[in-house]
Ligand binder design. Sequence first.
Ligand code: ATP
Length: 236
Amino acid sequence: MAAIEASGLTKRYGTVDALKGIQLTVERGEFFGLFGPNGAGKTTMLRILTGQLRPTEGTARVLDLDVVREPLRVKSLIGIVPEVESPPSYLTAYEYLYFVGQVRKVEGLEGRIARWFEFFDLDEARSSLCKDLSKGTRQKLMLAAAFLHEPSLVFLDEPFINLDPIYQRKLREFLQEYIEAGGTVFMASHLLDIAEKLCDRVAVIQDGAIVATGSVDEIRGPESNLETAFLRIVGA
Ligand code: ATP
């Protein structure tokens, strides 16, 4: 059984066709990357697959659950790092992870929070309100929250964007270990050099349609790197 299966996914916002009949399968244990120009439909796709948005037409199954019929069950099983959201401003860093852990009924919560505080060196932020944290620290907290319940599938929208090179590398290594341990990652990103190092398979979306899909080698084709191939594919 695939981790993600989308069939004929369409999303219309008024007169805007954000997704036009997307077919997509992501196998369990894959690191899958979704790339595309601004406004191509990546966030819309992610929001549908994570049960936050209903498609206009089509179906999507995530971990063998229908995302439209069972969005809560889907959300309980997956981890999400959305593109723009931040942890709530009125909680401290510790309170936020504690809150997420309670909602997700995480066992051994204190130990897991301690591990993530150590992994991202968050001790100084422990008692600070989230609104006073730097963008990078907020991003680290969102990542910790997404992995706190040890989900088997995570959806990451630009997970590297606010991290410095030290933590980009740490996150990269963590995600590689996560995949080796059997996890599945669906990542939307514009950072093709990082994606090239991590992804098993990628898809390029443009104007709401998938215009290329395959292994990183297949998509790279004769080009020297994924970025050049991407520019060719989208005709830039
Ligand atoms: P970016 O790389 O800039 O984040 P994206 O690939 O994530 O872009 P989406 O945010 O999914 O693209 O947007 C796809 C299209 O749908 C765009 O034309 C966008 O303007 C439109 N769109 C997205 N959300 C809405 C909305 N709530 N109402 C109306 N149009 C929307």
